[in-house]
Design a binder for this molecule. Structure first.
Ligand SMILES: C[S@@+](CC[C@H](N)C(=O)[O-])C[C@H]1O[C@@H](n2cnc3c(N)ncnc32)[C@H](O)[C@@H]1O
Length: 180
């Protein structure tokens, strides 16, 4: 899928994508610097989109690790499947609220999310928070990029420890919330 088509998909679905552009490489690098990929066996990404974060994860993950990518846009999913044909990258064209159905009680080392929580209806958002908390190992982390610091107060209902980071090297500037 060309860059133009990816942007068209982003804009025409702004109500569910919640972004005017994709994450910059500096933002992706900073987000992923909070995850220790060495030895991590199961990784989950929520909101694969154009694959900018997926690419960063794939570059860092162990060869025997598995990555599950949740994305609700069929067009983005088709593109992700072409970009990441490897067997250990599984593109799931379903909402993140169904994460438990695919994990089958196995816990992930990291959940890396760029979901637009401010646009997701409250009951669904609550399910994603709760299931994410339940789906990550005790030492694992749920790492979210977002544009509003206020989301921290929503995460605090589910995660006991939340660290925040910020970068200007993205448009718009973005927060990274590291939760466990
Ligand atoms: C802000 S975009 C991020 C795209 C890309 N990962 C990036 O960082 O640039 C959010 C993505 O989440 C997807 N999305 C929105 N709600 C979702 C849900 N409930 N489950 C899975 N994906 C969802 C959108 O289709 C969109 O691709």
């Amino acid at each position: 899928m060309s860059r133009n088509k990816l942007f068209k998909e982003l804009f025409t679905n702004i109500g569910t994508t919640g972004a005017i552009t994709f994450s910059s490489k500096p933002l992706v690098d900073k987000m992923l610097s909070f995850a220790d990929f060495k030895g991590a066996k199961l990784l989950v990404e929520l909101g694969g989109g154009d694959g900018s974060i997926t690419k960063g994860i794939v570059e860092r993950m162990d060869s025997d690790a598995k990555l599950l990518v949740f994305e609700i846009s069929r067009n983005f999913c088709d593109n992700l499947e072409k970009m990441f044909p490897q067997e250990n990258v599984i593109i799931i064209c379903d909402s993140a609220e169904n994460i438990d159905k695919y994990l089958d009680q196995v816990k992930a080392d990291f959940i890396l999310s760029s979901l637009p929580f401010s646009l997701i209806p409250k009951p669904i958002r609550a399910q994603i928070y709760r299931k994410s908390k339940d789906s990550v190992t005790e030492e694992g982390k749920f790492i979210q990029i977002c544009y509003s610091y206020l989301l921290k107060y929503q995460f605090a209902d589910y995660f006991s420890e939340i660290k925040t980071s910020f970068t200007l090297k993205n448009f718009p500037p973005a927060f990274i919330m590291i939760c466990n």
